[in-house]
Design a protein around this ligand. Sequence first.
Ligand SMILES: NC(=O)c1ccc[n+]([C@@H]2O[C@H](COP(=O)([O-])OP(=O)(O)OC[C@H]3O[C@@H](n4cnc5c(N)ncnc54)[C@H](O)[C@@H]3O)[C@@H](O)[C@H]2O)c1
Length: 362
Amino acid sequence: MKTLRVALLGTGDIVRHHIEALRSAPQAIEIVAAVNPELDKAQAFCQTHAIPHAYDSTPTMLEAIQPDIVHICTPPGTHYELIIPCLEAGAWVVCEKPLCASLAQMQGIDEAERRTGKYVSTIFQWRFGSGAQHLKNLITAGNLGKFLVGTCQTLWYRDFTYYQTPWRGKWATDIGGTSTIHGIHLTDLFLWLMAGQTEWQEVMAMIGTLDRPVESEDVAMAMVRFDNGAVGSITNSAISPRQESHLRLDFQKVTAEVKALYYATNEHWLYTLPDHSPDQAAFEQWRTIQGNHTGNHVAQVAAFLTSMERNERPPVSGVEARRIIEFLASLYKSAITKQPVMRGSIGPDDPFYYAMNGQPVN
Ligand SMILES: NC(=O)c1ccc[n+]([C@@H]2O[C@H](COP(=O)([O-])OP(=O)(O)OC[C@H]3O[C@@H](n4cnc5c(N)ncnc54)[C@H](O)[C@@H]3O)[C@@H](O)[C@H]2O)c1
């Protein structure tokens, strides 16, 4: 296969994980360009990382370089306006979470994918760890019985200096608050795992802005009902001094859970049978995870590149990317209108179709 030429948009914190993933991939890959709106920063970054071409404009870079792949590592509010021209220029796209700001933008991405025949994959690296993949397979095979109850807790701590970065905590630039930036990882993992058996159907939520200088929320709580009748609770917080990410799923036959702040390996996954269970023999298989790797950018980018080699839709794109965007739009609509929101009910005649806070977009 020919050498794949990759461009990076954004030269801040997260981009180093993309460089590591690209440079450890087995495919022939060259990172040929990086873009930062401030040219001197782009140039310094390119020098540090041995990247030949620095740009201060994405359209100029696309025209000059015509990359095969673009990795978007910029603030959330910029994603959509960058994704569309990259697809139009013939590139496949890897975009950081959250993919876009609204269901309207999701629709725009779907249409651009159809028009160009290229795809966009959102980063949700936790899906790609060995423990998550193992549980997804067990759920999809129906081995664990019916899913009944879930708790999904992202209790993180982001201090005041974190919010000094101008784009953070604002509806326009951060898209939302701790639900869209922090809780999005575990909520996506929860809804994706369960989609092997049942899809979320209804959400009721509250949000609060308690202790950080943000327009959006620094805490959110949501109750979710699935179409098989199961229920779940989701808590997202940026103000919790003892930090924890904990997903617990109770099935008829077993409790499966993972507790690890950012990077879970097999040791962080726990399976528990009820007393006097008849499933002792099967239990040994359920809790034995093949391989042992964390869900990180290396694992997701590897899966993306394999899909690209096969010219197939990559993971975490299309309907697999839309689920969490629709869920977040519904969570915010529920919290702001103080009403439960059913999946599928936010359409083009609804202000929450265009922005997570339901306010007109400039
Ligand atoms: N997957 C994860 O675990 C994870 C972790 C942290 C951040 N993120 C996501 O990564 C993205 C970036 O976060 P960060 O922490 O690296 O932010 P950052 O502020 O450190 O970096 C953002 C970079 O984008 C550049 N930029 C801004 N607008 C641009 C534009 N129009 N074109 C090109 N470059 C532009 C900035 O100059 C900066 O270099 C966000 O979407 C964030 O949610 C993901």
